[in-house]
Every structure is written in C-alpha cells, then in structure tokens.
Design a protein around this ligand. Structure first.
Ligand code: AMP
Ligand code: MG
Length: 353
C-alpha cells in the first residue's frame, strides 16, 4: 500500500486534505493524524472491519481496546448508555483536552473496537486538526497511538512514517505534538472514579472538581500480581531497543553514578546513551548525551521523552542511563512511562548527607 503523506499548517488549514482524510476514514481506511498528546492512528470506530485494520497495522493484541475520539459533547449519547453527573462536570472542565473517560457502551460500538469489553473509552481532543479529521470521518474515530505496538509513541509525523509507511492509507503531518505523553484515563463506571493511566490531567486536578478519585493499584505497585484495569497497561510498552536504567537520588550522586556506569560499559566496548537535562548535560564526560528538557519546566521533559527514546534506537546504543524526574503534576505521567520503558529497572543512590 502506498501511504499518502500530507503536510498541513495548523493556522492555515487546507480543507482538501481534511476532506481526503475524512473520505478515507468513511470508506474504512486508516489515517494517522496529530492530537495534542501523541499522533493517533484513526479508523471509523463504529465499523468493526475498519477497527480491525488498526490492530493489524500496529501489531496490537486484540484484547487491548481502542479509545473512541469525538469532536463534540452531543456525540457522547450515541455510544454510551448513561453519563454519570460527575463525568459531565469533568467534561465541562477538561474536554476538549488530554483526558479519556470510560463509560458503559451502547450497541452502536462494536466489540471489535472495545476489545470485547462492555465499556468504551472516549476522548475529545483539543487539537484543531484532530477535531476536523474526526468530524470529516463521521464523528467517531478510534485512534490509538500511531506506533508499532511496543515502540515509543510517535510525537512527530516522521515517527509515524518510521513505523507505518506502507501499512496505512494516509498520514496528516501537523508538526510536533504539544504534550508528548498519552491522555489520562479515568474510569467513570466505578465509585469513586479511578485513574487507569496518569497523564497531563492529574489526580489533584480531578479531585478538586469531583472529590475522591482512586488510582489503579498496579500503577503504584509494579510488583502487584493483579492485572491492570486498562488492558493496554499490562504490556511492556514504550520500550527502546537498548536496556534502559533509571538512576534516582541526589542529583550530584546520580551524575557521578551515570558517569561511572558509562565508563564501565564503554570500556567493555558498548555504546551508551545518557538522558540528562539542561541543568546537567555539561557534567557528563562520555557517551551519547542528550538533554530531555529542563527541570524548571517539566512539560519540556514530557514532550521530548518518546522522541529521545527513538533517537537512541536510531543511534543503536546498547545501554541507556536516565536521571529520574519529580512526580508532581505531569511528572507522574513522565515517570510512569519512563519506568515502563525501563522495565522498572531503577538504581537508587543512598545519600550519606
Ligand atoms: P492508546 O490508544 O495506545 O493510547 O491505548 C489506549 C489505552 O486505553 C490502553 O491502555 C487501553 O487498554 C485503554 N482502554 C481503552 N478502552 C478501555 C476500556 N473500555 N476499559 C479500560 N481501559 C481501556
Ligand atoms: Mg499506545
């Protein structure tokens, strides 16, 4: 299959490109497009055969359900059986935006879209191009991250091309995404509502609105024997090809330990990548050193995380050492993804001060 790739300007949108994307989606094809979180791989969510193509293109396990993307609040009625009052409050505050909510699904949503579940995950993105593609494609677009299953999610159209060229009908290139980590997932079918995946909308932000919100225990305790409530969270996701280790502790000790480990591996003939920050990159003495952003603004770290992991894949490093990051705000999403990428391999530096 030849993949059509079209660049689109956020401020001067080309309506022909949106119309072409819409036509392909309505005919049951696959179109990747930017959202504010990561690039999505879109298909008509109400067409089982179209949704199936997503699983084939991504190599995604068929029990891992898709998120249905809508462009307006009216669209929610058709795909759900009831909308709890708290969900309306949350939607008022954070839709459109980087938040997914789970509801009981109606007959309109095929089980092929929900991985066999009676519930449906729904998000209304804020990205202008995403919204127009959704509308043009019929209003209900299943759109998981547009990467091959197991690879880091795509934050640029080039990342999508690396994984999907020749496998999908079209890529709408709207430049680099804004946030860089996937949406928060909030299950509204349980009391109190439960976070199944951390994202840019935090527990604190939600609790301020609707009171108590719980967090899936498997997110807090990675050794939990229980399966995560979001089926997709059980897979070793977001993983770079190299072995990734996170070094945590007082920053000076972290830098010294990463320098020591890097020297050791390089002497053994291995290629080493280092994930540092604007504050520390000058202090690393060897290895392929990359800055992920600044600790002064954690949003910069979120937006570069997946891109950096892909760069190390392309550089062909054998080992990656990363600093750990604060877990407040967007930090909980950053550390959740980084820990998964590292297979929870963490070295903790004990400070003697
Ligand atoms: P992605 O589309 O790649 O961002 O992944 C979607 C995530 O949402 C996966 O972790 C899914 O398991 C999760 N998800 C989608 N639908 C549901 C649902 N009905 N119940 C629980 N988790 C869901
Ligand atoms: Mg994904």
């Amino acid at each position: 299959m030849k993949t059509i790739i079209k660049k689109i300007d956020k401020t001067q949108k080309d309506t022909d490109i949106i119309a072409e994307a819409g036509r392909i989606l309505k005919e049951g094809g696959l179109v990747a497009f930017p959202t504010e979180t990561v690039y999505g791989l879109g298909a008509d969510a109400l067409n089982e055969d179209a949704a199936k193509k997503i699983y084939a293109a991504k190599g995604r396990p068929s029990d891992n359900p898709l998120i249905v993307h809508i462009a307006n609040m009216e669209a929610l009625d058709k795909i759900t059986t009831s909308i709890p009052a708290a969900a309306k409050v949350v939607a008022d505050a954070y839709w459109p935006g980087p938040l997914t909510m789970i509801f009981d699904k109606s007959e309109a949503v095929p089980l092929g879209t929900t991985g066999g579940l009676d519930t449906v995950a729904v998000r209304m993105p804020s990205h202008e191009i995403a919204r127009e593609v959704i509308e043009a494609g019929g209003g209900y677009i299943a759109a998981p991250s547009a990467n091959t299953s197991g690879r880091p999610s795509p934050t640029t159209a080039q990342h999508v091309e690396e994984d999907m060229n020749g496998k999908i009908d079209m890529i709408v290139d709207g430049g680099m995404v804004d946030i860089g980590v996937e949406s928060t997932i909030l299950d509204m079918t349980v009391t109190p509502p439960m976070i199944l995946r951390p994202g840019a909308i935090t527990r604190e932000m939600l609790e301020e609105l609707i009171g108590e919100v719980s967090v899936d225990k498997t997110l807090i305790n990675p050794d939990s024997k229980k399966a995560p409530k979001a089926p997709g969270m059980k897979y070793r996701h977001y993983a770079p090809k190299a072995e990734l280790t996170i070094v945590e502790g007082a920053i000076q000790e972290v830098v010294e330990e990463i320098n020591r480990l890097t020297k050791e591996k390089m002497e053994a003939g291995c290629k080493v990548g280092i994930i540092g920050t604007e504050e520390t990159i000058g202090q690393y003495v060897a290895g392929d050193v990359k800055s992920i952003g600044t600790r002064e603004n954690e949003a910069t770290i979120a937006s570069h995380l997946y891109g950096i992991l892909r760069e190390f894949d392309n550089d062909g490093v054998d080992y990656i050492y990363s600093e750990a990051f604060a877990t407040a705000g967007i930090g909980s999403a950053i550390m959740n993804r980084l820990l998964k990428a590292a297979g929870h391999h963490v070295i903790h530096m004990e400070s003697d001060t």
